[in-house]
Design a protein around this ligand. Sequence first.
Ligand code: DAH
Length: 339
Amino acid sequence: MEDKLKALADEARQAIQQAADEEQLEQVRVKHLGRRGELRQIMQGLAELPAEQRPVVGQLANRVSQELDRLFAQRQQELEAAAAQAAQAAQALDVTLPGRAPRVGRPHPLMATLDEMIEIFLGLGFTVAEGPEVENYYYSFEALNYPEFHPAMDEQMTFYVGEDALLRSQTSPVQIRVMEQQEPPVRIVAPGRCFRRDTVDATHCHTFYQLEGLLVDEGVTFADLKGTLEVFAHEMFGPHCHMRFRPDFFPFTEPSAEIALTCIICGGQGCRVCSNTGWLEVGGSGMVDPNVLAMVGYDTERYTGWAFGVGVERLAMLRYGIDDIRLFYSGDMRFLEQF
Ligand code: DAH
């Protein structure tokens, strides 16, 4: 009986030490120490032993039982600690791993150009106004002094989306919306998206941006317009960039002028981009037609004003030396990541 006990104790000790995780340890406990375990069976057999052997074997059995309980508890603690450590290690931050760089966004080259244009006018005391991209006939044409059958209204030129709803083909309607809301002095720029039924090519797109400008006050002259745009050209492209006016026509301005800037590519010497003229057209401008001022209820004897509209894509292409307008809308990361 004693030998059996000792053998059992050896086996149990070993099993406890070898248990690799808490689950295995539990199996050991059931087999060796549990209520149906081998040790219990031996202890239950004590009664059948001769009386003089009982105390000796009984004591030994108790000692073994206590020892195994202790070993068991100890091993259990070790395994728990190891498991906790493993769980922590699994969560641990390895500071030597190379980081995963977040993809940082940046302004689109078109928006960066537009922002810079706006910034220049903010510096000159203008504020920013906005109008809807879906406009009606009145703001798009009628209030801007267009005659009733002007070709710009034609479905060949303008996208109609409803009975009296169209995608604005210019930002000029914002002039009317602003003037309806306030009395002079007015000094605003209006950035925005415009739409035309143009065939897409390297310099045209159905969707494009303009920056509109409007100034109305007492004693405003054509010279103020020219001076302001000249300052803009200098600020945007440097002191060697000049501005040129040539006669043009727009229904809402009289007189009207086409705006051209010194070709930034060749510095005015003449190159392929400027068709050897040294100048690049960037928009239109003029003195606001008194009919337009009258339409919004301004006193045309007291107030005069000027306005302009500049193509943002054109300026962005010059600024960055981009030769195809379609790149702006391509969403191509290889293009965008260069800015
Ligand atoms: N809206 C004109 C266009 O898209 C540009 C323009 C010309 C705007 C003269 C103006 C202006 O404000 O006065 O072609």
